[in-house]
Design a protein around this ligand. Structure first.
Ligand code: GAP
Length: 427
């Protein structure tokens, strides 16, 4: 059933334009994905929901949008040039390469062979060259995490903003990792977006803030409709912690193939600010110290996939069977769909078009006048549109429309002028 869900969600995502393989007309490129019209809306909604909660709703968090390519000295100082690597092995039978720690029962997933070369550490950072000469001097890296952009701007932000410890700096942006093995659809890709908060605090308070952010982050998923039973915390073993972390927990999602990391929450200690020679002076107490950093970090595509999986449902039998994405209205790509009952009655179409135009300026609205109403409802259910508005003959008489709720399929009559406040109050 679980793998069934995986296949169904992947197929829906491709069929309805959430996700396409990147460069598909040239055979694709492993680990890269393009997001279609609906996927773009979903990702944007996740990013804005994150930003609203983490930045706008707090007076102690500010945002940043740093470059993707930094001076390569950043990665030397941060330890990524040396440590950001996975163990690579090659199957002696078919010569395919794998990340050693992902091999089940030490067996080649391609040919079943059991003999591998000795593991070599493979650095995951993509290399590029800055400027016209491709030599060591121009060597640079695409960032594998957005966090370093925050650390290297720490002093700039402290100097140009009135911030008192503790405070946070948030960033959403692209990250790149030359993963040895990609897979499970968009779960592990080579180009993805991260939403990261670096929360700077006094070292004595790091444990308290770590717990605080654990709670905050799990509540965020719940507030957006993710089932609590689909989520759990898992503490990292000492051996699996990133080189900078002193404590690390994952928020895991119960993916169809088992529990997997959705978001990482790490206590990065004073590691990063120390390696970049940065510190903080408390103007009130005069104390100078190197702050500790608590970091919640989530991948946008990975969370989009988890939201799709979690909201996928099938209901009814036979011709009544429907597939429905019960996405939170905040995340749904379209908030409302508007239909004229039939397409060949100009007065119905005109009225419906007027409603469509008036709502469209407020949020994304779909228009559909093809086929029968039942099919149109089902097509909207499948992409998670929370409400469908139908203009029928009664509308011309009394100025009301039918509003059909995606989750209950219940239909209400609502006065046209009340539509905007009705939907706005629920999004
Ligand atoms: N700055 C900390 C950091 O980068 P991470 O655990 O390596 O920590 C954070 O990554 C999050 O980024 C993960 O929880 C996951 O959601 C996402 N992520 C990491 N690698 C990814 C990949 N190859 N493809 C998609 N998302 C990824």
């Amino acid at each position: 059933m679980a793998s069934d869900r995986f296949e169904k969600v992947v197929s829906l995502a491709k069929r309805r334009g959430f996700v396409y393989p990147s460069s598909e007309i040239y055979g694709g490129l492993s680990g890269f994905w393009d997001f279609g019209p609906l996927g773009t809306e979903l990702k944007n909604n996740i990013k804005s929901a994150w930003w609203e909660t983490v930045v706008w709703s707090r007076e102690d968090v500010v945002g940043l949008d740093s470059a993707i390519i930094y001076n390569p000295k950043v990665w030397e100082a941060s330890g990524h040039t040396e440590n950001f690597a996975d163990p690579l092995v090659e199957c002696k039978g078919c010569h395919q390469r794998f990340r050693e720690d992902t091999l089940e029962k030490k067996q080649c997933p391609n040919c079943g062979g059991k003999e591998f070369t000795k593991p070599k550490m493979f650095n995951l950072m993509f290399k590029t060259y800055v400027g016209p000469v491709e030599d060591e001097e121009g060597l640079a890296y695409l960032r594998p995490e957005t966090a370093q952009g925050i650390f290297i701007n720490f002093q700039n932000i402290v100097n140009t903003n009135r911030l008192k410890m503790p405070f946070g700096i948030a960033q959403i942006g692209k990250a790149f990792r030359n993963e040895i093995t990609t897979g499970n659809f968009i779960f592990r890709s080579r180009e993805f977006e991260q939403a990261e908060l670096e929360w700077f605090c006094h070292p004595k308070e790091a444990d308290k803030w770590f717990k605080f952010w654990q709670k905050e982050r799990i509540s965020w998923y719940e507030a957006l409709g993710m089932k609590r039973k689909s989520l759990r915390f898992r503490e990292h073993e000492v051996t699996e912690r990133a080189h900078y972390a002193v404590t690390a927990f994952d928020i895991e999602y119960n993916f169809p193939w088992g529990w997997g990391e959705l978001e990482g929450i790490a206590n990065r200690s004073d590691f990063d600010l120390k390696v970049h020679n940065l510190s903080y002076k408390d103007e009130e107490t005069g104390e100078e110290f190197v702050p500790y950093v608590v970091e919640p970090s989530v991948g946008i595509e990975r969370s989009a996939f988890a939201f799709l999986l979690d909201s996928y449902d099938e209901e009814g039998e036979g011709s009544k069977k429907r597939v429905v994405l019960k996405l939170h209205p905040r995340l749904a790509p379209y908030k409302v769909a508007v239909f004229p009952l039939v397409a060949n009655k100009p007065n119905l179409v005109k009225k419906a078009r007027g409603i469509y135009d008036s709502l469209k300026g407020e949020f994304p609205v779909a228009w559909d006048d093809r086929g029968n109403i039942g099919k149109r409802y089902f097509a909207q259910d499948e992409i998670g549109t929370p409400w469908c508005v139908t203009v029928d003959y009664d509308t011309l008489e009394d100025g009301t429309v039918t509003v059909r709720d995606r989750d209950t399929t219940k239909q209400d009559r609502i006065v046209i002028d009340d539509l905007l406040p009705y939907f706005s109050s629920k999004i």
